[in-house]
Write a protein that binds this ligand. Structure first.
Ligand code: E4P
Length: 218
């Protein structure tokens, strides 16, 4: 499963990307607004830091506006993926971009019906929002499982990008269900690294080594 960072902050991307951990980045209007940066400048900087897909979202709500904004975003770099909301106009814009060979990420997906329509509209990625489904009392991981089963049964190539993941358990569940990618905030990325037994194990190894008085290896 590919791992994407869900952030618009460059300093949250660079180190993790250098370690080869980041397959792509997703942004949304809330994240860009929070950064205070110009959207085009910020997306360009992210694309320079990461070679994989970088989702940049339109803010227009009509088809023409989405196509105009999407084309402008695509001029930034070849790895820009146009993020479109799962609305009627969003699906229509998705189909136009798909026919032009432009990669899309259809976002704010909360049901199997919506995922079915995103696939029919030719979406490259669909983003089901696991955490927000759970916030509303639903089964977010169950939704991922249902979409996986449906896409496999009918041969849809749209990639499932699990989104709104709030903890490492969500990431593991998305992987086990067979999602193609998952996008997670930097905090969750770091939580994936940590395990209490790694900490205590390392502490014991280093304490034993310290007793030898031999210092570092090089
Ligand atoms: C994904 O594309 C979204 O930007 C993100 O995952 C939303 O997460 P949230 O529900 O925690 O805001």
């Amino acid at each position: 499963m590919q791992l994407f960072l869900d952030t618009a902050e460059i300093d949250e991307i660079a180190g993790r990307a250098r370690a080869g951990l980041v397959d792509g980045v997703t942004t949304n209007p809330s994240l860009i607004a929070k950064s205070g940066a110009d959207v085009f400048d910020r997306v360009a900087a992210i694309c320079a830091a990461v070679s994989g897909p970088v989702s940049a979202e339109v803010v227009a709500t009509d088809v023409e506006g989405m196509l105009r904004e999407g084309r402008r975003l695509r001029e930034i770099a070849d790895n820009v993926v146009i993020k479109l909301p799962l609305t009627g106009p969003g699906l229509e814009a998705c189909r136009s971009f798909a026919d032009e060979g432009v990669a899309t990420n259809v976002t704010l997906c909360f049901s199997l019906n919506q995922a079915m329509l995103a696939a029919k509209a030719g979406a490259t990625f669909v983003s089901p929002f696991v955490g927000r489904v759970e916030d509303a009392g639903g089964d977010g991981i169950g939704l991922l499982r249902d979409i996986r089963a449906h896409y496999d049964r009918h041969g849809f190539e749209t990639r499932i990008l699990a989104a709104s993941l709030r903890n490492p358990g969500h990431v593991e569940a998305a992987a086990l269900v067979g999602c193609d990618a998952a996008t997670l905030p930097p905090k969750t990325f770091d939580e994936m690294i940590r395990h209490p037994l790694t900490d205590t194990g390392l502490e014991a190894f280093l304490a034993d080594w310290e007793k030898t008085g031999r210092g570092g290896l090089a």
